[in-house]
Ligand binder design. Structure first.
Ligand SMILES: [Zn+2]
Ligand SMILES: [Zn+2]
Length: 281
């Protein structure tokens, strides 16, 4: 049995985009201490503005960041977050933000992943040809509390200006670029410190990580005992017949594979009759 008390452990948060502002306060509630490595350049692991491509998928990228931060600091407990943005898989008109917050403990070998998905993101881009359109886009995406990236065209490799959060700067930059190129490509700056909405999603993913960290396997005590499957059968609130909505959650231990069926914590007591195949066929 491992020692799963993380109080007073030192966790390195592998970020240079001030993600510790979202992550650290939640870890501090568990008594975990935090630090951010000095001179840690996460841009080598890929950026959202496409000037550097990501070397691996979201989870692998987060693990690479942790590994490097632990090597730099000599610590053994590391945290990193990695976000992705794109069209919602079922509702392509909506943008979707998926945030992972990953924990790696080299002492115990534990790896846990907290996750949050949200359609509350300002993720957007537009190519525009006059200042009025630039201001319209800026207003729509929450500028200036949310930063912008400004460049001549979508695949620009130079004249990429990130972290624009000042109205005068945007006006001057857009004016200059329109005069020189005749158009501008604007993107939302998705780096955490430029995007309070994303900071909120990272905090949610950290809460999910902490929830998993505190759910231990009843058989071997390993953390991360969590739902792997949901089974339908939630009774209708009117006629009591089972519906297709989930009623049971299957929990499984990643370490010893012990499984347990419990009432689904995310289900209400009964189903809305509108979801019932008998009451509302
Ligand atoms: Zn177990
Ligand atoms: Zn019914």
């Amino acid at each position: 049995m491992g020692n799963w008390d993380f109080a007073n452990r030192m966790a390195v948060i592998a970020t240079m985009h001030r993600k510790e502002e979202a992550i650290a306060p939640i870890l501090h509630q568990l008594g975990i201490q935090t630090r951010v490595p000095q001179a840690f350049n996460t841009d080598q692991f890929g950026t959202f503005t496409r000037d550097i491509k990501r070397p691996a998928d979201q989870l692998q990228t987060a693990k690479l960041k942790i590994q490097q931060a632990l090597e730099l600091t000599g610590e053994t407990l590391g945290i990193a977050s990695e976000g992705s943005f794109g069209p919602h898989p079922f509702l392509p008109m909506l943008p979707l933000n998926r945030e992972l917050v990953v924990l790696v403990d080299q002492e115990s070998g534990l790896e846990l992943v907290g996750e949050a998905t949200s359609t509350e993101t300002n993720f957007s881009h537009a190519s525009i040809t006059n200042l009025e359109q630039a201001w319209e886009f800026a207003r729509k995406v929450g500028f200036p509390s949310h930063g912008l990236v400004v460049m001549p065209e979508p695949e620009s490799s130079e004249h990429i200006y990130k972290g624009i959060t000042d109205e005068t700067e945007l006006e001057e930059l857009a004016g200059w670029m329109l005069a020189r190129f005749g158009q501008i490509h604007l993107e939302t700056d998705m780096r955490a410190m430029m995007n309070p909405t994303r900071m909120g999603a990272i905090a949610q993913a950290t809460q999910d990580l902490v929830r998993k960290l505190q759910q231990h396997c009843p058989q071997c005590d390993y953390p991360g005992f969590d739902v792997v499957q949901r089974k339908p059968g939630l009774p209708c609130g009117l006629c009591g017949m089972p519906t297709e909505l989930p009623v049971t959650a299957i929990y499984q231990c990643k370490q010893c594979q012990f499984t347990q069926a419990k009432p689904d914590p995310t289900s209400p007591d009964v189903a809305d009759p509108a979801q019932c195949p008998y009451c509302n066929p």
